[in-house]
Write a protein that binds this ligand. Structure first.
Ligand SMILES: NC(=O)c1ccc[n+]([C@@H]2O[C@H](COP(=O)([O-])OP(=O)(O)OC[C@H]3O[C@@H](n4cnc5c(N)ncnc54)[C@H](O)[C@@H]3O)[C@@H](O)[C@H]2O)c1
Length: 280
């Protein structure tokens, strides 16, 4: 499924100056691909370009929340490398947000980067990728917070829930194209020790995965053709995620209160539901 991961093919990665994006850029460059890293942080972008060394790298300052900036990124990528085979819409921010009826500025920023940034990437690149007829992949970075939506940051949850819904639509629409060579995938990282996290935690917690572990898992999942790339980490195995996701979905089926996992009346029931997993 990753026949595009080879010399002569090109990957574009937003949020490519740090963290998961930079680790992916290194993996693609190591496979001999041309790589375009795009990021709003120009100092980090220059540093990332140095780390990527002699590989065929283009570093483009870009604000994914601005469609014109993403269209400029597309034009520069196609001008330089002639085609784009992999688009990784990965740029993201996690800012504190208060109650859902507060924090309008944080909400606007988080949604404009995390959700509209993904949509801007797809709308700018997919028509051009389809026109060139390449086999390739669109990878959008979501979050478990977009699936189980835990209390704490309504704006981040909302943005990432939007990424889930949008990426499912993209995958389905691409599937309808006769002979189309593009597939879409949802990357759902676990707890990953990246710049986003090290800002708050100066040392890597044991429970977190490294960015490299996350990218290795993603590449294996892409190889299998998975749509949902649900990454575990050192504290949350897949079986725990599966049960949390199932509990969430069952809130509707069983007509429980919203986010019942965090409702005191359901604490015992939830603990019993999770028991086999938490006993391990
Ligand atoms: N680290 C985790 O535990 C974790 C968990 C789930 C999801 N994610 C998601 O993974 C993705 C990558 O995050 P990371 O952990 O590598 O964090 P990171 O902070 O290391 O990387 C994010 C990059 O996005 C860039 N960026 C932010 N706003 C931008 C904008 N408007 N335009 C262009 N670039 C912009 C930043 O400058 C940074 O280089 C994000 O979408 C994040 O929400 C991370």
């Amino acid at each position: 499924m990753t026949e595009w991961m080879k010399p002569g093919c090109c990957a574009v990665i937003t949020g490519g100056a740090n963290g998961i994006g930079l680790a992916a850029a290194k993996a693609y460059a190591a496979a001999g691909m041309s790589v375009v890293i795009a990021d709003k942080d120009e100092a980090a972008l220059a540093n990332a370009q140095d780390q990527l060394g002699a590989a065929d790298i283009l570093a483009v300052p870009c604000d994914v929340s601005d469609l014109a900036s993403v269209e400029d990124l597309r034009d520069r990528a196609f001008d330089r490398f002639g085609a784009v085979h992999c688009l990784m819409n990965n740029a993201g921010v996690a800012l504190p947000a208060g109650a859902p009826w507060e924090s309008r500025d944080a909400l606007d920023t988080i949604v404009n980067v995390n959700l509209m940034g993904v949509i801007n990437g797809c709308q700018a690149f997919i028509p051009a990728m389809l026109d060139s007829g390449v086999a390739g992949a669109i990878i959008n970075t979501g979050s478990k917070q977009g699936i189980t939506r835990p209390p704490g940051n309504f704006a981040y949850n909302l943005s990432k829930a939007g990424v889930v819904a949008y990426t499912e639509s993209v995958a389905h629409a691409l599937r309808q194209i006769d002979g189309g060579g593009l597939t879409a995938h949802l990357l759902v990282p676990g707890f990953v020790y990246s710049a986003m996290v090290s800002r708050f935690l100066p040392e890597k917690p044991d429970g977190a995965w490294t960015v490299e572990e996350t990218v290795d898992f993603m590449l294996a999942a892409l190889q299998r053709g998975d749509f949902y790339i649900l990454c575990p980490d050192n504290e949350t195995p897949r079986a725990v995620d599966e049960k949390r996701i199932r509990w969430n979905a069952d809130d509707i089926v069983q007509n429980r209160p919203a986010l019942s996992r965090w409702h005191p009346d359901y604490a015992d029931e939830f603990a019993a539901f999770m028991k086999d997993e938490t006993d391990q």
